[in-house]
Design a protein around this ligand. Structure first.
Ligand code: TXA
Ligand code: MG
Length: 349
């Protein structure tokens, strides 16, 4: 199959490309499209056969459920059984945006979408191309991140092409995703709303609205397969080709330790990458240094993480030494992804 890429500069003037994508969705095909978080690989969420094609294109395990994307608040009503009042408050505050909520599902949602669970994950993205595509398709769109299963999520159309060229008919290119990490997944069926996957809507932001929020144990730890609430958390994730090692400590200790390690690896003939911050970047002597951003701006660091991991691959790096980032605000989502990319290899500086 030939994969076409259509550039969207403006949803009004490029509406013919979005209409073409919508027709593919209606015909039971898959299409990659930009959201504010990462690129998604979408299909008609009400068509089990179409949804099946997502799993095939990604090589995704069939027990990992998908998020259903909608464009209007009312779209949610027929997809779920009951809507808690706290969810309405969250929708008013954070939709459209990077917040996914889990509800008891209605019979309309095929089992292929939810991997047989009796709950469904729903979100309203805020990217204009995503919203227009859902509207024009006239159906809710099931979409995981548009990467090969296990690989880093795509934040640019080129990343999607690198992973899925020849496996899907169309990519809508809406430029770089600004949040850069996947949405926050919040379980609204738990006694206390529980963050299963941290993301752009932070624990602190949810606490301000709800007053009580839990963070699942799996956020910064490997999850035990038996009792995993969000099946996606148990798989290897975000893995670049290089091995990733996280170094934790005070900034000057991390720098010192990373410099020693970088020299050792370089001596062994390995190409070393260093994932640094604005505050530390000038202190590294060896290796290919990429800067996430300033430690004072965790949202910026979050938006650059996946880009940097893929960039290290392009540079042919063998090992990435990454600085630990404080886990407050977007830092929690950053470390959730970074620790998985590192398969939880952490060294104390
Ligand atoms: O930002 C995002 O959420 C992106 C864009 C495309 O919207 N999508 C995304 O989808 O990240 P995906 O499939 O890569 O991640 C969905 C996560 C997985 O960890 C999955 O296990 C979890 O949401 N999930 C989906 N439905 C669930 C459910 N009913 N119960 C618990 N977890 C669920
Ligand atoms: Mg994913």
């Amino acid at each position: 199959m030939k994969t076409r890429v259509l550039k969207i500069n403006d949803v009004e003037s490029d509406c013919s490309a979005i209409l073409e994508a919508a027709r593919l969705i209606q015909a039971g095909e898959v299409v990659a499209f930009p959201t504010e978080t990462v690129y998604g690989l979408g299909a008609n969420a009400l068509d089990a056969a179409a949804v099946q094609k997502i799993f095939e294109a990604k090589g995704r395990p069939s027990d990992n459920p998908l998020i259903v994307h909608i464009s209007k608040r009312q779209d949610v009503d027929r997809l779920i059984k009951e809507l808690p009042s706290s969810a309405i408050t969250l929708m008013e505050r954070f939709w459209p945006g990077p917040l996914t909520m889990i509800f008891k599902k209605s019979p309309l949602i095929p089992d292929a979408v939810t991997a047989g669970l009796d709950t469904v994950a729903i979100r309203m993205p805020r990217h204009p191309v995503a919203l227009r595509l859902i509207e024009c398709s006239g159906v809710p769109i099931a979409a995981p991140s548009a990467n090969r299963s296990g690989h880093t999520s795509p934040t640019m159309a080129q990343h999607v092409l690198d992973d899925l060229d020849g496996r899907i008919p169309l990519i809508l290119d809406g430029g770089r995703c600004d949040v850069g990490l996947e949405s926050t997944v919040l379980d609204m069926t738990a006694e206390v709303p529980t963050i299963l996957r941290p993301g752009g809507i932070t624990y602190e932001m949810l606490m301000q609205v709800l007053g009580e929020v839990r963070v699942d144990d799996g956020a910064l730890k490997p999850v035990k397969t038996q009792r995993v609430k969000s099946p996606g958390m148990k798989y290897t994730h975000y893995a670049p080709h290089a091995q990733v090692v996280v170094v934790r400590g005070e900034p000057h200790q991390m720098v010192a330790r990373i410099n020693v390690m970088a020299e050792e690896y370089a001596k062994q003939g390995m190409k070393v990458g260093i994932l640094a911050t604005q505050e530390t970047k000038d202190y590294y002597k060896e290796g290919q240094v990429l800067v996430l951003g300033s430690r004072k701006q965790p949202a910026t660091m979050a938006s650059n993480l996946f880009w940097a991991l893929r960039r290290f691959d392009d540079l042919g790096v063998d090992i990435v030494l990454a600085e630990w980032i404080e886990t407050k605000d977007e830092g929690l989502a950053i470390m959730n992804r970074m620790l998985r990319a590192a398969a939880f290899r952490v060294i104390e500086a």
